[in-house]
Design a protein around this ligand. Structure first.
Ligand code: DHB
Length: 393
């Protein structure tokens, strides 16, 4: 008994001093499952994000099996309802009680930011699959991002617009991290290209009423309105854009692809036709990898079309799976190291998890909403290759 205790103490001291590595004293038993904890808004106003990420993550598991390094993989999905306090509590429970090896999901910027300190303190890798404010990546050295950043998505349309007869623009964004990123980058790049931003409007993240803002835009009569809204909200804005007659007044709508989100685009009707956006994913992306992804996703989830959130979730699981395989099931810094630097063909196109920044490098497409086979799609017609997040520094 005494001998055992002292041996244990010795082991504890050795670990503290950094003498014993995971290879000689593994932190897990070979019979322990590897748990992946996803925290997503499965209810509330941003539930479409949770639904999309979960469906794609489950598809990835169905396609790639539930065993890594001889251990069973368990995917745990928790609903935070889009509320940061809940995300933080769930993250704590997943780390302490469920002993997850990795955290993932994060449907909105405040939810990712609320979890970052837990990832840092517990040394748990955290894969941001949806949230997209540039600065999230700096909130913890354990964060890896497979979604995108708003500066990355915005530069495409900000550079396209002044080259295509758009001179005067009003911007309209959700008043929080990603909206402010989008506004800042749009104003800078569009102005650089010779355009003029005559007004910048911000709407509340929750329950926005677009009517007074759109009336203001109609009165100002710019060449175009640039919009960023989080996934799932674009339809309401589009409806009011036409109801208030902005289209008839000759005001064009330009946006990041969050507005013409594949999850709701078909429901927007003809009002969306011709809207030009820039983004990293379209369900209409023309590649064999994307065709296979869309087909498998739709088969597993009848009536649902994958959007950019689904791709963030699918690729997030890819990064986790390949990382775990290379780290032989270990978590912590070993897993972080094997997630960094991964390069692969995503349904969106070629991507890299930059080893230095931990952020995703990807192509950004310029797209126009068109009717294809009776359905509305974002049809890509130009591309910026291998875009790094331009929003930091
Ligand atoms: C964020 C959320 C979204 O739904 C989106 O489309 C872009 C960014 C966010 O909160 O970071």
């Amino acid at each position: 008994m005494h001998k055992r205790t002292s041996l244990r103490r010795l082991a504890a001291v050795a670990i503290t001093a950094g003498f014993v590595t995971g290879a000689t004293l593994p932190a897990f038993a070979q019979s322990d499952p590897i748990r992946i904890g996803l925290i997503l808004p499965m209810s509330g106003p941003f539930a479409s994000t949770g639904r999309q990420v979960e469906a794609a993550a489950k598809l990835y598991v169905a396609q790639h099996g539930s065993t890594i390094a001889g251990r069973k993989v368990e995917l745990i999905v928790k609903d935070d309802g889009g509320t940061a306090d809940v995300t933080r509590r769930l993250a704590q429970e997943l780390v302490v009680n469920d002993k997850v090896t990795v955290l993932g999901g994060f449907g909105l910027t405040p939810l990712a930011l609320a979890t970052a300190p837990i990832a840092t303190q517990s040394k748990t890798p955290m894969v941001v699959m949806a949230a997209a404010t540039s600065s999230i990546i700096d909130a913890s050295p354990f964060i890896v991002r497979t979604s995108f950043t708003l500066p990355q998505a915005t530069i495409g349309i900000a550079e396209w617009a002044p080259k295509n007869g758009i001179r005067r623009v009003v911007t309209l964004v959700s008043d929080y991290g990603p909206g402010i990123d989008a506004e800042k980058v749009f104003v800078a790049r569009f102005t650089q290209g010779g355009g003029q931003v005559t007004d910048s409007l911000r709407v509340p993240l929750r329950n926005p009423d677009f009517a007074p803002f759109l009336q203001k835009v109609r009165d100002a009569k710019p060449d175009a309105l640039f919009v960023f809204l989080p996934s799932g909200v674009g339809g309401q804005m589009m409806k009011q854009f036409t109801e208030r007659g902005l289209d008839k007044a000759g005001i064009r709508l330009i946006a990041t692809g969050d507005v013409t989100d594949d999850d709701i685009l078909n429901g927007m009707g003809d009002a969306a036709l011709g809207v030009v956006t820039s983004h990293h994913y379209s369900a209409a992306h023309d590649s064999p990898a994307n065709k296979a992804f869309v087909e498998a996703f739709t088969k597993a989830n009848p009536g649902m079309r994958p959007n950019f959130m689904a791709v963030g979730g699918y690729d997030g699981m890819r990064v986790i799976y390949k990382g775990l395989e290379a780290a032989k099931g270990a978590g912590g810094e070993a897993l972080l190291a094997t997630m960094k630097g991964q390069s692969f063909e995503s349904p969106r196109g070629p991507v890299t998890i930059d080893a230095a920044t931990r952020d995703i490098v990807q192509d950004i497409y310029i797209r126009r909403v068109e009717r294809v086979g009776g359905q509305l799609y974002n049809v890509e017609f130009d591309v910026l290759r291998a875009v790094r997040d331009p929003g930091r520094g």
